[in-house]
Design a protein around this ligand. Structure first.
Ligand code: ADP
Length: 302
């Protein structure tokens, strides 16, 4: 129904006239062994989910991000850190075409997802977002019941079989089931902020994505709710590839296997977001190669 068909780029209505090519990803759920040392040597052993090549982004005349090249690896948590305005949100939102509707947004270079160009002509954006789910800074439950929040996207996508099971599985995966199982028909707006954010994660999980993009998912939460979101990320990475934007360096150090540090290149006339260093989280925090990374993670800048 919603196959992302990079070969034709056509949607469901074109089934009758065009063959479709499904993107093959490995089946889930499938636990993988924890990396030996915080993600150690993923290039040698890990499959790249995203292969981002020379990605530059503009909003109108404003250059937000320049020449970004990196790979994001399967079943790792990858953190994106850097000072305000360096393009962290722009980066993560570009991975599932969430910026498409922003006026003036233009992207050059390539974002390859399992080898397929996310921005290839005619790619089905609904399918991109089904596979690459997103959770935002501010919890944004629908003004519906807890049950309907989780079931909504699944229903829309025609995943109507065993909906009760699907809802329960998603809520269990988001560590929310025991707290809400007796009030599934009550409004999601009555949940606490931390519960609402876990609900949003459950909503994203319910349609069985491959990747979870989390854009500062805990920055609006108190420390206890933040801890439960971090714990959840560590649980979920055996089944999903997670990319998290965070301005909280301790959080990156706690949850991420790999960390990408972006900063503002101020050498030219404009200030442009630039990837400075990308490595195992332990390397970024303990032995960074670039002085700018060192200054940032030791709190001397940013
Ligand atoms: P960060 O997440 O690191 O704070 P952003 O990705 O939000 O950085 O912003 C990077 C640059 O892009 C900034 O100069 C910002 O002003 C600009 N920008 C972000 N969103 C928009 C938008 N919707 N329209 C125009 N410019 C934007």
């Amino acid at each position: 129904m919603t196959a992302w068909d990079p070969g034709t780029g056509r949607g469901a209505g074109d089934d009758a006239v065009r063959p479709r090519v499904r993107i093959q990803t490995e089946p889930r759920p499938q636990a993988v062994p924890a990396p030996t040392q915080n993600g150690g040597a993923p290039e040698a052993v890990r499959e790249a989910v995203f292969d981002i090549r020379d990605m530059s982004v503009r909003y109108g005349e404003n250059r937000a991000l320049d020449w970004t090249t990196l790979k994001i690896y399967r079943h790792l948590v990858t953190a994106v850190i850097g000072p305000s305005g360096c393009g962290k949100s722009t980066f993560i939102r570009s991975l599932n075409r969430m910026n498409d509707s922003v006026p003036g947004f233009r992207l050059s270079g390539q974002v390859l997802y399992h080898g397929h160009d996310v921005y290839g002509s005619g790619v089905n954006r609904v399918e991109v977002r089904r596979r690459i789910g997103m959770v935002f800074q501010k919890p944004n439950p629908f003004p519906k019941s807890i049950y309907d929040n989780i079931a909504w996207a699944a229903r829309n996508l025609g995943m109507k079989d065993d909906l009760d099971d699907r809802v329960e599985r998603a809520l269990r995966s988001a560590a929310l089931w025991t707290e809400v199982k007796d009030r599934l028909n009550q409004s999601a707006l009555g949940l606490s902020g931390g519960q609402q954010q876990r609900l949003c994660i459950a909503r994203a999980i319910a349609i069985e994505p491959d990747v979870l993009l989390l854009d500062e998912p805990a920055s609006a939460l108190d420390p206890i709710a933040t801890a439960s979101i971090e714990e959840l990320m560590l649980q979920l990475k055996s089944r999903y590839t997670i990319v998290i934007v965070t301005h909280n360096m301790q959080q990156a150090a706690r949850v991420a296997d790999r960390t990408a540090f972006f900063s503002l290149d101020v050498s030219g006339a404009n200030r442009v977001g630039t990837l400075i260093e990308y490595a195992d989280t332990s390397t970024i925090f303990r032995n960074p190669a670039d002085l700018r990374t060192r200054d940032y993670v030791t709190g001397q800048f940013g």
